[in-house]
Design a binder for this molecule. Structure first.
Ligand SMILES: Cc1cc2nc3c(=O)[nH]c(=O)nc-3n(C[C@H](O)[C@H](O)[C@H](O)COP(=O)(O)O)c2cc1C
Length: 304
């Protein structure tokens, strides 16, 4: 696996695959399970100042082509979450990415202070969830001013490098990434799900209780790939490419677009809990065939 070793900011990852936020919850055991199944690092489910029950069921549906969820950012609160993060770090030394969201810039700062009391290695800032717009209005990630203010507030309080998670649905996602970089972000995650819906044609109504949800999985891949490609041209800070990565070939394409780390989420539903190991093996196989010695050799190569 040494061909896959990746340095991201100040940390060494045994491979570039990170579990995406929200996919296997935030208990230490389930996150450690992802590490045992081949993940180079883990992102926790986003936590907020207060506990949230999330949306009523049904919250998820999918086909071979896409997955759609409206979980509604359910979580037990940052104070409860950090207990699990400490336990995780006792189990493994794999890098841990904390993830937060909040309703206002000041609340982002407050949650940052609390989560930084735990042994996270990085802090991802979720300004881009499409499923809670009824409560919080338009996702901050569409708004350059909001991204600037939140990034600055979080940077002031964070004791670890800050990753701003954007949405590839913003037409100017590259410009927004540049705003985040100028405001002090250490990295960009591109990105979150995009807004969509599913209709049960027999019941003649939307499948999800929330009616709309976030689209992830294979259908999101080309959208996320282009976002990473555009952002790579615009910023110097590293990018976590996330969205629809399901195979080793997807992962390689994401690196060629410019990604340093690769977030993998919905692929767990398509290929099982050991999908991380499978993707790593497929990447290694491809690199062997193509005489590629390191990911550094091909990072951003599609721009040449
Ligand atoms: C069930 C579910 C829950 C999610 N929860 C979160 C979350 O709490 N915070 C966050 O930043 N992203 C969340 N996401 C988005 C994923 O982290 C990821 O950005 C997105 O699913 C695209 O990647 P994928 O196609 O590999 O799943 C969630 C996605 C799913 C499917």
């Amino acid at each position: 696996m040494s061909k896959l070793k990746t340095r991201f900011l100040d940390k060494e990852f045994k491979n570039p695959i990170v579990l995406a936020s929200g996919i296997l919850g935030l208990t230490a055991a389930s996150m450690n399970n992802a590490v045992n199944n081949g993940c180079g690092g883990v992102t926790v489910k986003s936590v907020s100042k207060d506990a949230r029950p999330g949306h009523p069921n049904p919250t998820m549906t999918g086909t071979d082509h896409y997955f759609i969820n409206a979980v509604g950012l359910s979580n037990p609160s940052v104070a409860e979450g950090i207990k699990e993060f400490a336990k995780f770090k006792e189990m493994t030394n794999a890098p841990l990415v904390g993830s937060i969201f909040a309703g206002t810039p000041d609340e982002f700062a407050e949650v940052t202070e609390i989560i930084c009391q735990s042994p996270i290695d990085f802090l991802e800032v979720n300004v881009s969830c499409p499923n809670v717009s009824k409560e919080f209005g338009t996702p901050f990630a569409y708004d350059t001013k909001a991204v600037e203010v939140i990034t600055k507030k979080v940077k002031e309080k964070s004791t670890v490098p800050v990753i701003i998670k954007l949405t590839p649905q913003a037409w100017n996602v590259a410009e927004i990434a540049k705003v985040a970089e100028d405001a002090g972000a250490d990295a960009i995650c591109a990105g979150n799900t995009i807004s969509g819906m599913a209709i049960d044609i027999r019941a003649r109504k939307p499948v999800l209780h929330n009616k709309q949800g976030g689209v992830s999985g294979p259908a999101l891949f080309p959208v996320a790939l282009k976002a990473v490609y555009d952002i790579y041209k615009t910023v110097k800070i590293p990018i976590i490419g996330t969205g629809g990565i399901t195979t080793g070939e997807d992962a390689i394409a994401m690196v060629m677009a410019g990604a340093s780390l690769l977030g993998v989420g919905s692929a767990v539903y398509y290929r099982g809990q050991d999908v991380f190991e499978k993707i790593n093996n497929e990447m290694t196989e491809f690199m062997k065939k193509e005489n590629i010695n390191s990911l550094e050799e091909i990072r951003g190569i599609a721009h040449k």
